[in-house]
Design a protein around this ligand. Sequence first.
Ligand code: SF4
Ligand code: SF4
Length: 60
Amino acid sequence: MQPKINKKICIGCGTCVAVCPAGVFEIRNDKSEVVNPSLCIGCKSCILNCPEGAISFKKK
Ligand code: SF4
Ligand code: SF4
């Protein structure tokens, strides 16, 4: 599994960057971007903590 950002919903708050233990996200142009999808360990912290519900998972 790897995370996917809905950029129409993301407000660029940086919470996903802060809570991800694997460094999967970076803020670029005021939106979160998945920069290291292969590092995801599937802990779901990002999904649980995103205030906008902008993160979902897709199968690799
Ligand atoms: S936590 Fe959600 S709203 Fe905040 S930057 Fe990440 S994806 Fe965007
Ligand atoms: S599930 Fe966990 S490891 Fe994967 S992107 Fe979200 S916070 Fe990072």
